[in-house]
Write a protein that binds this ligand. Structure first.
Ligand code: NDP
Length: 288
């Protein structure tokens, strides 16, 4: 039986860390505030927004939703981000993606001020992840993986971690963050040969491909720690991860469940980034 690496204790620890910091900001007259910008009303965006609002409310963080029409011109989105950048009361901004296909996503992402980029979408934030720099924040999902591994004291230094998936949201930044913690990282993708063999040879496997229950027992070996980043729906409409939980759980040492694993930690990490952004703004004399 594998140990379940649930997100709940990680979320509780993050909340306990944030509480005195949010109190200190309140005493200085600052309410950490997160803008959530979306175009249209995709069900997954709305669901994420509800979760984020609930978590923010529980922590004492304000949320400012900015909802644009699905067919609003790119200029309207650019104007919204411009407003966020210049509003000293807003400390962080979450932009839901993918954006509609007529929007130049790369250009729009670059408009956000890096100090408000709490989900690592700007090149400045990503450059900081790759160079150990200090601008912006890493993408929240990648940071949530590290947060969870560190919470459960999973050894990383000198260990072999296989990261399956190379997106800029998860795989690439996570690989850099693990490298910084002295792991030896193999980044795998859809062209990787002998994927199952590489995964079996690792101490830690991170599955971030977006394929429902695609990783069966043949990808894993006894003693491993497995992080399942996937948020998928199977043919019956059930929420599931990339890992075939029932088949893999008897094989490995520890595994994150879906739901109840990394998803909840990701939201909390975004909140922690927002508080850090508010603290930085206060220290710089912005917004007071
Ligand atoms: P992308 O679609 O951007 O990337 C998927 C990656 O998986 C690509 O690098 C792709 O390889 C790789 N891949 C696809 N098929 C295979 C295969 N057969 N074998 C090996 N690798 C493969 O997805 P994201 O990174 O944005 O998201 C990944 C998953 O994580 C999704 O389920 C998403 O819902 C979830 N997610 C979860 C979050 C959370 O908070 N827990 C937040 C964000 C995402 P290639 O590059 O070669 O195409």
């Amino acid at each position: 039986m594998a140990t379940l690496l649930t997100g709940k204790p990680v979320v509780e620890r993050l909340a306990a860390d944030l509480a005195p910091r949010i109190d200190a900001l309140a005493r200085a007259g600052v309410e950490p505030t997160l803008a959530i910008v979306r175009m249209g009303a995709r069900p997954d965006d709305l669901s994420y927004e509800r979760t984020a609002c609930k978590r923010a409310d529980a922590l004492g963080i304000a949320v400012r939703p900015i909802a644009l029409d699905e067919f609003a011109p790119q200029e309207a989105l650019e104007a919204a981000l411009h407003e966020v950048n210049h509003d000293a009361d807003v400390h962080g901004c979450l932009l839901f993606r993918p954006l509609p296909s007529f929007v130049d996503e790369a250009r729009v992402c670059e408009l956000l001020a890096p100090e408000k980029d709490v989900d690592g979408i700007t090149l400045a934030s990503l450059a900081a992840v790759f160079t150990d720099g200090h601008r912006g924040f890493p993408p929240s999902t990648a940071a949530a993986c590290v947060e969870l591994l560190e919470h459960y004291e999973v050894p990383l230094a000198g260990k072999h971690v296989a990261v399956v998936g190379r997106s800029l949201v998860v795989g690439k930044p996570l690989s850099m963050m693990l490298l910084r913690r002295n792991a030896s990282v193999t980044v795998c993708h859809s062209r990787t040969e002998n994927l199952a063999g590489i995964c079996r040879s690792a101490d830690v496997v991170v599955c971030a491909t977006g394929r429902a229950r695609a990783f069966g027992a043949e990808y894993f070996a006894p003693g491993q720690t497995v992080l399942d980043v996937g948020i998928n729906f199977d043919a019956q409409g059930n929420l599931c991860g990339d890992v075939d939980f029932d088949a893999v759980e008897p094989v490995v040492a520890a595994l994150t469940p879906v739901p109840g694993g990394l998803g909840t930690v990701t939201t909390s990490v975004t909140m922690a980034h927002t508080v850090a952004a508010a603290e930085a703004a206060l220290a710089d004399g912005r917004g007071v």
